[in-house]
Design a protein around this ligand. Sequence first.
Ligand code: SF4
Length: 294
Amino acid sequence: MSELQEKERIAIERLKAFEPDEPYHLCYSGGKDSDVIRILAQLANVKHELHHNLTSVDAPETVYYVKSIPDMHIDIPHDKYGNRVSMWSLIVKKGIPPLRIMRYCCSELKEKGGEGRLKITGVRAAESVNRKKNAGVVKIIGKPKTTQKTAEEFGADYDLTDKGGLVMNMDNSPNRRLVEHCYRTTSTMINPIIDWTDADVWSFLHHYGCESNPLYQCGKTRVGCIGCPMATTNQRFLDFHIYPKYKQLYIKAFDKMLEEHPNKDYYTWNNGEDVFNCWLGIDENQMNFFEEET
Ligand code: SF4
């Protein structure tokens, strides 16, 4: 058995080990990792539903690709009052563009959904140092003191993340019982490919005849939101060159952000275009405002 076949076997075992009574909520972003978990869930023959959150800033190719997948649930994020949440509404509400150090959009647009359900994600440690430190095969985010107390009672083997979440890397029975106990009241995620590399992902997808999102065939190595602050500056420039409509939408949202701020002296920008240029690093005089982590 090759190393990848062994990883595939383990990932399938992980999905089977934690399978809840109701279907898993499989978080499908439209990227290569989410295609892997989609195929693994079929191979494991576990009950699951595919869910994709419409972020409003995904590339059109991604949206078409996601919609082409059978049985996909397309979810539109809403706030607690029932209003639609999009990148444009968030920019106005937060009063600042999304930044590396302030990624409010991920939690509001990408990570919403699946409340009360056990989620499957395509999170991999190889994606970032932060994920290496703060993710495991299972991740439970809830009230930290309560979840830790429960984990102790069940005798689970766990580590704590920087923000008080619990991560577990074993599927022994105390850990399984803890997941079963917690998932309805916390945000609990099973990450079956946490230890997969990029090469594993592509070999697996080729083996199962999945070409994944067409944007990869255009040379992209990551498929994310247009204008994402986590992308490289070159990538962001390129995205706005390819999708000028999104540049207009950002500028419009920045205009509205300036208009709606209660204190008109708060910003030094004159209009949304100034904000956009500053945000992309074109206006170097104002870069301090957006000082970002390196
Ligand atoms: S723009 Fe980037 S940080 Fe914001 S939701 Fe999209 S991926 Fe997350």
